[in-house]
Design a protein around this ligand. Structure first.
Ligand SMILES: [Zn+2]
Length: 171
């Protein structure tokens, strides 16, 4: 379990009235007495793709904050209405130019140092892709390349450093 604090919202997102605090028997929760809306903090979910070829892994260099100019495995947040595989196909195509052929869930990691989404979970997939030329989107990222896990580039996200460590141990 990670000790994280969810966003401390003060106002109701529906009526903009000030939230009050009640005890629901388990813990204190914020609620709006006017709308009868209760704030249940939830974590974000994301997917990450492990794409391997000849002993190397495919990574992209971030063009945006957080951790601009560091490298990461392709992936992104699951949008409303998507299932994780839909997100995986979309993100892999956007960030690498390649189509997902097969995907297998290998781990679920916790994103501990991403302030946009504290405590997010991401589904790590081993991904087989169709043959093609690698090309990243150029907006979110500024470079793409293959790396050996024992000689990784500079990585910002703690969970992606963990993936490198798992690879070095031989997943
Ligand atoms: Zn309200």
């Amino acid at each position: 379990m990670t000790k994280i604090k969810p966003p401390n919202y003060q106002f109701c997102p529906f009526c903009a009235g000030r939230l009050q605090v009640k005890d629901d028997g388990e813990r204190e929760r914020k609620f709006c007495p006017k709308c009868n809306w209760t704030y249940y903090p939830q974590v974000f979910t994301a997917v990450t793709a492990l794409i391997r070829k000849k002993g190397k892994v495919l990574m992209v260099k971030r063009g945006r904050e957080p951790f601009k100019d560091t490298w990461m495995f392709p992936g992104g947040f699951i949008e409303y209405g998507e299932n994780p595989l839909t997100t995986l196909r979309r993100e892999v195509k956007e960030e690498t130019g390649l189509w997902v052929k097969k995907a297998r869930l290998i781990d679920i990691l916790e994103g501990k140092n991403d302030l946009r989404a504290p405590g997010n979970f991401h589904f790590l997939y081993e991904v087989a892709v169709e043959e093609g030329e690698i090309k990243t989107d150029g907006v979110e990222n500024k470079d793409i390349g293959w790396f050996e896990a024992r000689k990784p580039p500079k990585i910002g996200f703690a969970s992606h450093i963990k993936i490198i460590k798992l690879l070095q141990r031989g997943i």
